[in-house]
Structures are given as structure tokens and as C-alpha cells.
Write a protein that binds this ligand. Structure first.
Ligand code: ATP
Length: 252
């Protein structure tokens, strides 16, 4: 609803342990965001500038939003999630400067950055307010890097760009383990096999497979006690990967 868009939201709690795999991304993000804020003297010592902002991009459903939320939850820094109005942008940066070191998040920044409108102009103004923006790091996510206004990714703005790929087998293994943790899975189900069966699936799709398998078991018999491999097989036939090889090439 439009009223929601006016406000800045407190960041919902997500722990690093809620996110399976994607270790490299987690590490790079910590280095890019936490190090400069927690150890600014180390950057001075090395003679480098910390990134002003980080843009995560990649196919939908691959944990960009979760990663941003976990960063906010676990960094113990003041952090705000930004809505879509000009006023919300101005207000959040005011608070972030006052509370620095701090982090400001923009999810689906393409929605905001494509229009060349007043919200984008306001955002660029805030990012360029270099002096005052010391110790405020911007983290943004998109699955449409192609439509982002190039002005946003100039040096000194969102100048660190991180690709969040489809989960590899190791990450899928962890995602499955997390999602199946509280589910009564039958002995005939092997996580390793599910890892193989979910090649090219996004994290969101792997999660949907687990959910569908459980729903199918209940649909079959509401008194079913366990989820069996055939329930997963059915779920895998219903939830198919949406991200094609062409789309991956587009991102990469
Ligand atoms: P979009 O670009 O569509 O916003 P996203 O990359 O931001 O997608 P998320 O919203 O972070 O993706 O993930 C969607 C859902 O998929 C999560 O709420 C979670 O249930 C599941 N999921 C995705 N990746 C993981 C992961 N690595 N570990 C556990 N669950 C995951």
C-alpha cells in the first residue's frame, strides 16, 4: 500500500545461519561493509578508500534480500530499509548520518533507479554528499542490472558490484538442510539426491520444492506422518527452474 512506501522500515531479523552457502558473497560483503566501518584505520594504513556503496545483482530468489537483512541484523550497526519516496530517502540519510557508522539498504533499487525521477535525483544527491556521508555505507540489490541508471554505479557511488549467482551444489545442500530441518523427512529421502535433482534451481525454488513436497504428502493423506521421496519427485515436477541458461549468460 502507498502509505507503506513513505516509511523507512526497521530491518527484519535474519541470521547468517538462516542462509545456506553463498559463503564467498557473505565474506565479500562483510569485508566491504563491516571492515571500513569497524576498522577505518586499516584502510588508511593501506592507502585505499572503502567502497561508498555496494550493489548486489543476480537472478531472482538467490538470497540477495536475505543477505542484506542478515548483514543488518548481525552487524550491530544502525541500519534502515528505505521506502520509495523522495522524503523517505532524505529522512533515512539524515538519520543514518546522525547514527554513523551505519548502513542504508535499498532492495529492488531498479524500481527506484530507472525512472530518472526525483527519488533517484535525491538519492544521488545524498550519496554525493561526501563529507557528511562518511561512515554511511549503502547496500543495494537488483535482479535488473541492465535497467539501472549508470549514474548510480559511477566511482564514488555504488562502486562495488557483487554478483550473487544461482546456488551451486554445496549451497543447495545447505539450503535443503536448513529448510528440511523441521520437516519429518522419510528415510528414503537423500539430501545428496535432492541436491542433484535441483540443479539450476534458485534458493527460492529449492525452498518451494520442500514446501510443495510437504503439501503433497498432506494432500495425499492428511494423516501422513512423513514426507517421502515420491512427494519430492512430484514437487520437482511442479516446481521447475525458471532461470534459463540464456538468463544466466545475461547476468554473467
Ligand atoms: P529477488 O531478487 O527476487 O528479490 P532475492 O535474491 O532477494 O530475490 P531472497 O528474497 O533473499 O532472494 O530469497 C527468497 C527466498 O528463498 C528466501 O526467503 C528463502 O526462503 C529462500 N532462499 C533463497 N536463498 C536461500 C539461501 N541461501 N538459504 C536459505 N534460503 C534461501
Amino acid at each position: 500500500p502507498s502509505a507503506m512506501r513513505e516509511v523507512q522500515l526497521e530491518v527484519p531479523k535474519v541470521l547468517w545461519s538462516d542462509i545456506g552457502g553463498q559463503e564467498e558473497i557473505k565474506l565479500k560483503l562483510c569485508q566491504a561493509v563491516e571492515w571500513p566501518l569497524k576498522h577505518p584505520e586499516a584502510f588508511i594504513r593501506m592507502g585505499i578508500n572503502p567502497p561508498r556503496g555496494i550493489l548486489m545483482y543476480g537472478p531472482p530468489g538467490c538470497s540477495k534480500t536475505m543477505i542484506a537483512k542478515a548483514l543488518a541484523t548481525e552487524s550491530e550497526l544502525f541500519s534502515k530499509w528505505v521506502g520509495e519516496s523522495e522524503r523517505a530517502v532524505r529522512e533515512v540519510f539524515r538519520k543514518a548520518r546522525a547514527a554513523a557508522p551505519s548502513i542504508v539498504f535499498f532492495d529492488e533499487i531498479d524500481a527506484l533507479a530507472v525512472e530518472r525521477g526525483r527519488v533517484l535525483a535525491q538519492l544521488l544527491t545524498e550519496i554525493d554528499g561526501v563529507e557528511q556521508l562518511k561512515d554511511v555505507t549503502i547496500v543495494a540489490a537488483t535482479n535488473r542490472p541492465d535497467i539501472i541508471d549508470k549514474a548510480l554505479i559511477r566511482p564514488g557511488r555504488l562502486d562495488r558490484i557483487l554478483y550473487v549467482p544461482l546456488p551451486d551444489s554445496c549451497t543447495r545442500h545447505q539450503i535443503l538442510t536448513i529448510h528440511l530441518k523441521n520437516m519429518p523427512v522419510s528415510d528414503d529421502v537423500s539430501v545428496d539426491q535432492l541436491v542433484e535433482q535441483t540443479e539450476k534451481y534458485s534458493g527460492a525454488e529449492v525452498s518451494a520444492v520442500c514446501h510443495e513436497a510437504a503439501m503433497f504428502a498432506l494432500q495425499e493423506d492428511i494423516n501422513n506422518q512423513t514426507i517421502e521421496q515420491r512427494h519430492f519427485d512430484y514437487a520437482l515436477s511442479v516446481v521447475t527452474p525458471r532461470i534459463s541458461t540464456e538468463m544466466i549468460q545475461f547476468y554473467e
